[in-house]
Design a protein around this ligand. Structure first.
Ligand code: ATP
Ligand code: MG
Length: 433
């Protein structure tokens, strides 16, 4: 017996009309007295298949039993057909039903909550399939970007004995007889890693107990971080710009079809792929907010989402904002020498309301200052002895940043909610499936 060679729907469409063997799931079905039409889907695309009663009554009877999401193998003649959704149609000559699906719980026009409850099924939707493919490109682009520039991949522990991004968002976990915390960032370990490997990067799961319900925060997300010895803030922001631009270019190169399914404005992405991104200081951002938008933001306050959105709207491309007030920044973000009230740090803000996608800084070398700032936050500097010790063994200027993978996927895909940028989202109220 010769084995049947199956191809994907995309491969079938790309080939000339011919006999094809496909396997997949029933995406849509429509029955009349004379025909059963099914739209078959697989990982690559969808295609209309038609079973004609007059041509094969037995097959027609079998096809009548098909329900949405039933799994099938079909063989038939592929023809161009303007009336079919993809411009092609398969006239089915043979069919094997693998499983008849129960009534599918997701029908058209469902509430978002029902879709999240049925996430294990909803990830098959065309929308989520497209998002997950864009995510695949984004993740691949990040690895490619850093590896092609000589960065080494370096992993940090997920169980960590202390906080690095503020105690308020720490997840405490039982660790044998002790407690530990889930990683909020790889940064402190990365600062040790650069003394061995120079330039390093990583992409890993990151955990923050975000209590506010926003469309931009997850409790579990993936952060892509980099750290480099000898690097200053000026060089760091250029790396961030190059990385963002490279990701956009890769998405445009690999995901035109997905962007179309998601109804994403490709012209805008093409603009981001070419444009220069401005760098401004926090103080200049305040001038724009207060003069152009009459927002009255006083110096010393962190920018809120609506303020970040206005800054990016003003430039219509990703913007780098540097030199936020030292006082409101993490303990490891150093004061600038010229004006200690300003920290050597930056955020990258995406346009169209997507806001912060990257946060980073030069790293402080001032151990006493860091200890004071930790104490002011109610932390015990004693938990950071190994970290401070790095400053005693050939300390050098160094910098790093973290990019939120889901934030970037959300922006690339034009998604309203970050929950759709990850297969199984975790937030304060969303724990399953
Ligand atoms: P935000 O102010 O938006 O909460 P942050 O200042 O806490 O961000 P950083 O600590 O600088 O963020 O983390 C680096 C990047 O990780 C952010 O720029 C963002 O892209 C991403 N990120 C941070 N927190 C979350 C979260 N809860 N969910 C998804 N992505 C996040
Ligand atoms: Mg935060």
């Amino acid at each position: 017996m010769t084995e049947i060679k199956y191809i994907t729907i995309e491969e079938a469409i790309n080939k000339k009309p011919q006999t094809v063997n496909l396997r997949g799931w029933v995406y849509r079905e429509r029955k009349s007295n004379k025909f059963v039409f099914i739209v078959l889907r697989d990982e690559s695309d969808i295609i209309q298949c038609v079973i004609s009663k007059s041509k094969n009554a037995e097959l027609f009877e079998k096809a009548e039993k098909l329900t949405i999401e039933s799994s099938v193998k079909v063989s038939g003649e592929l023809k161009e057909d303007d009336r079919a959704p993809s411009g092609f149609e398969v006239s089915v000559t043979e069919m094997e039903i693998v499983q008849i699906a129960n009534p599918f719980p997701i029908t058209e026009h469902q509430s978002p909550e029902l879709l999240y409850d049925n996430r294990h099924l909803w990830i098959r939707s065309r929308k989520l399939n497209a998002v997950l493919k864009v995510r695949h490109t984004v993740v691949g682009a990040i690895h490619q970007f850093f590896r092609s520039r000589g960065y080494y991949e370096f992993d940090a522990p997920i169980f960590q004995p202390s906080q690095s991004e503020g105690g308020a968002t720490l997840f405490e976990v039982k660790y044998f007889e002790d407690v530990m915390y889930l990683s909020q960032t790889w940064q402190l370990y990365a600062e040790a890693g650069i003394f061995s490997l120079g330039k390093i990067y990583n992409m890993g799961p990151t955990f923050r107990a975000e209590k506010s319900k926003t469309s931009r925060h997850l409790a579990e997300f993936w952060m892509a971080e980099m750290e480099a010895a000898w690097m200053t803030l000026d060089e760091l922001t250029e790396v961030a710009k190059d990385e963002i631009r490279f990701i956009v270019q890769e998405v445009l190169k690999h995901n035109k079809k997905e962007l179309e399914i998601l109804e994403r404005d490709v012209k805008l992405l093409e603009h981001y792929a070419e444009a220069e991104y401005p760098t401004i200081k926090y103080a200049e951002a305040l001038e724009i907010l207060n003069n152009k938008y009459q927002m009255n933001v006083p110096w010393g306050k962190d920018l809120r989402t609506m303020e970040e959105a206005k800054i990016a709207e003003h430039f219509k491309v990703p913007v780098i904002v540097t030199h936020y007030p030292t006082e409101i920044m993490g303990f490891y973000k150093p004061p600038s020498e010229e004006n200690p009230k300003e920290a050597l740090c930056f955020d990258a803000l995406a346009p169209e309301g997507y806001c912060e996608i990257i946060g980073g800084s030069q790293r402080s070398l001032l151990v006493d200052d860091m200890k004071k700032r930790l104490e002011a936050d109610g932390e015990d500097p004693g938990n950071y002895e190994w970290y401070f010790a790095l400053r005693n063994y050939g300390s050098v200027p160094h910098s790093g940043y973290g990019l939120g993978v889901e934030r970037v996927v959300q922006w690339m895909c034009g998604l309203d909610n970050i929950k759709d940028a990850i297969p199984f989202p975790r937030t304060m109220i969303r724990k399953s499936p």
